[in-house]
Design a protein around this ligand. Structure first.
Ligand code: ZN
Length: 250
């Protein structure tokens, strides 16, 4: 019963994340004002704003103007619900860790979707996320402060070096902040594992897309999406992937 409640709460959070992504891109307030139809600027009635369900009831089209609503909305809502649920099932015993993870995941979802859609990692997302990460991790104390600081410096510095060497051609300032954020969320060791995972995932997806001829070789890759996934995976699995990997050599 409580699992269903958590799932529904997650879906509603996902709905809010969609609004945040959309409105930040349009430079509007995330909290103030009602949701409007993109085309006619008419307010959308409450019965058409039910997360996930409305999309299917309306068959993906605006009730008034019949314009297509993006699949992003139900997908983000559903995935957020699922992630809230699986984190609850794993970490439900430790309430504050669970709340921290839900907040971290919410930031990562926004960063993921925004980078996928617009190819930017915005400071408006990474900087509040860094502040939240510092506060929560210092308060909970599971990761030593030195690990958080060195993690931020090493991972942020890794991208900063690339930024300096390439004169901003390989990576952007957003990647530097995202690297630092990974360090502040995970600490040094797990942060490095998450970074490795991001590169692994980027390589695999890159090869698949090349084989499907979806991208040209020089096409820029939204690397923030992979960093967000790598971070989320390590938040969930902790040390397990590294233990498994090291175990291969024993
Ligand atoms: Zn409309």
């Amino acid at each position: 019963m409580i699992s269903i409640l958590v799932f529904v709460v997650g879906i509603c959070v996902g709905s809010f994340l969609n609004v945040a992504i959309f409105r930040v891109n349009e430079s509007r307030s995330v909290i103030k004002g009602r949701s409007k139809c993109r085309i006619f600027e008419e307010p959308i009635s409450a019965k058409d704003l039910i997360p996930v369900l409305s999309f299917f009831i309306l068959r993906g089209k605006c009730r008034k103007c019949k314009n297509v609503i993006s699949w992003q909305y139900p997908i983000v809502e559903f995935v957020t619900g699922i992630l809230f649920l699986i984190f609850f099932l794993k970490f439900g015993q430790e309430l504050f860790t669970l709340i921290r993870d839900w907040i971290f995941i919410s930031f990562l979802i926004v960063i993921f979707v925004y980078d996928l859609k617009y190819m930017y990692i915005l400071d408006r997302f990474t900087i509040p996320a860094m502040i939240v990460a510092i506060i929560f991790n210092l308060w909970l104390g599971a990761i030593p402060a030195e690990s958080l600081i060195t993690g931020a410096i090493v991972l942020g510095g890794f991208f900063y070096l690339q930024f300096v060497i390439s004169n901003g051609a390989w990576v952007g300032g957003g990647d530097v902040r995202m690297g630092a954020l990974m360090g502040l969320m995970l600490g040094l060791n797990q942060g490095l594992v998450a970074l490795f995972l991001a590169y692994l995932l980027g390589a695999v997806i890159g090869v698949i897309l090349l084989m499907m001829k979806r991208v040209k070789r020089k096409a820029p890759i939204a690397f923030g999406t992979f960093m967000a996934i790598g971070t989320a995976v390590i938040i969930f699995f902790g040390d397990a992937p590294l233990q498994w990997y090291l175990g291969l050599f024993v």
